[in-house]
Design a protein around this ligand. Sequence first.
Ligand code: ZN
Length: 292
Amino acid sequence: VPEFETLIYEKIDENIARVTMNRPEVRNAQNMLMTYEINDAFDAANDDNDVKVIIVAGSGPHFSSGHDLKGTGPSLDAFKRVGCYGGYHLPGAEGAMAVEEEVFLGMCRRWRNNSKPTIAQVQGKTFIGGLALMWACDLIIASEDATFTDSAANFGTNGVEYFAHPWELGPRKAKEMLFTSDAVTAQDAHRLGMLNHVVPRDELEEFTLALARKIAAKPSFALKLVKESVNQTLDAQGQWTAMQASFALHTLAHCHNRELFGIPVDPNGLGWTSEQISEMRERMRSAQPASS
Ligand code: ZN
């Protein structure tokens, strides 16, 4: 069983792998290290022929506060890249777009295409980057208290890079969620088809495990083919093309903010101290890839 700094990787019943984000002190904020560890955990589960189902969970009261905008931990150079965009340190939009393609969009697409069924087990609050991780999974089980927020408009962008909102919630709720930055409740998300089941908080883990066990009893190849068939349907409907178009607009928003404020986001909506803003501006100036 592989060991990680930011995750707990467990084998359950030999044929279920559970990956638990384990930075509860920062509500499982996903820094670069956690991103690449999640990726390594998916690969480990994929390479293990006994594993049939992968559960993704978060420790503590909340599933995920999203991408770690403060850039804690090692930067991109510390990791073996999974994409082939290149030019991550180049100035201007070229480098910035490459980083986001690698770490956010391409990464989530890679997780979505993992051949084994994945189940997100979600409690408490989930923000922006946490939504992307959850949406990249095949099934989502949430506790009754779960809420889902993409407040990207507050800081001047269109939404998380893995722009699945209209597909997950329908176009009207997607627009409302993004226009207002309001939290979507588990009940609304369930009604609109984003969640498979909503269960009491103290039953969340057992319910998710029972579902994983039911799925893990099926032949592995059939599971792969089911997953691939549904994913190909979404691709045929244009999901991936639409997400790439939204990502281009997202990059435009970052460029706009950099032109106006010197950082890729509008600082007025961040609630940051002026020191934190200058620090990010400094990171930008020294051509360090800063991401959001
Ligand atoms: Zn971004």
